[in-house]
Design a protein. Sequence first.
Length: 328
Amino acid sequence: MKRVFSGVQPTGNLHIGNYLGALKQFVELQDEAECVYCVVDMHSITLPQDPKELRSHILDIAALYMAVGIDPKRSTIFVQSEVSQHAELSWVLTCNSYTGELSRMTQFKDKAKGKESAPTGIFSYPLLMAADILLYDSDIVPVGNDQKQHIELTRDIAIRVNNRFDKKVFVVPEGRFMKEGARIMALDDPTSKMSKSAENPHSRISLLDDDSKIKKSIMKATTDSLARVHYDVENQPGVANLMTIYSVFSGKSMEEIEKLYEGKGYGDFKKDLVEISIDGIRPIRERFNEIRRSQELITALDEGREKASVIAERTLKRVFDTFGLGRK
């Protein structure tokens, strides 16, 4: 059985874009692969974090994993910083990478914003991400399209090390990118991705939003003056975005949605979308509230850490033996 690895940073409340584009696929993958899902807390400190808030967010993300349907009896759920091999392998990969390939990372360019100096963690975190993936002999890595460059870097390093020693030190992973139509845009600006850090809270629908907040955000969502429910990303990006949300939550095709609202205005469409979205999110929120402060969550993370550590230690020993590290 193939192994899947992916992780989510514990910074802010996850929104429906995270769920429909990634977490929903995490759940589906449990039926076809051995899944390892991590709360990548070490990645979050590339920028300053409040320690108390960070620890709370770590548990929030772990609870959301379980609330959306990731089963700790079928998948491994754990916290990255509790498995020290991530940092150890990251150093080995740092010594087998080049500043040129890291400086070409699009996300580094965006975050550095042309400054002469930027935090070193922002520059080198793709190597920690590569370590996360390679540590678990991952075959498949489900990620957003914005992470494609990082998957390519991970593959390049794995192939480089394998070629150097002329043996299979690392499994070379494949990226599994978001399914077509699952890309959710900001409700107030359908030309930008939905973001959990956006200033306007009504630009997104978070998985822990209450029913009234969901309704308000959808009713305020940007549409246009054409007054027709039609899927046209170029000319009607706001309506197309709302139709995408409707489609993924309801299971209806774009053609079915168009036919359903033929001759109707945006008011009817939005009111129905409110109900469909609430019905989709409410069970997640209720399950989250049930387990967030429960022993069930702590037990799942403790058991996940133990399972992850066994795999990670086996891989790290193979890597250390290959490089001649330690006294064996």
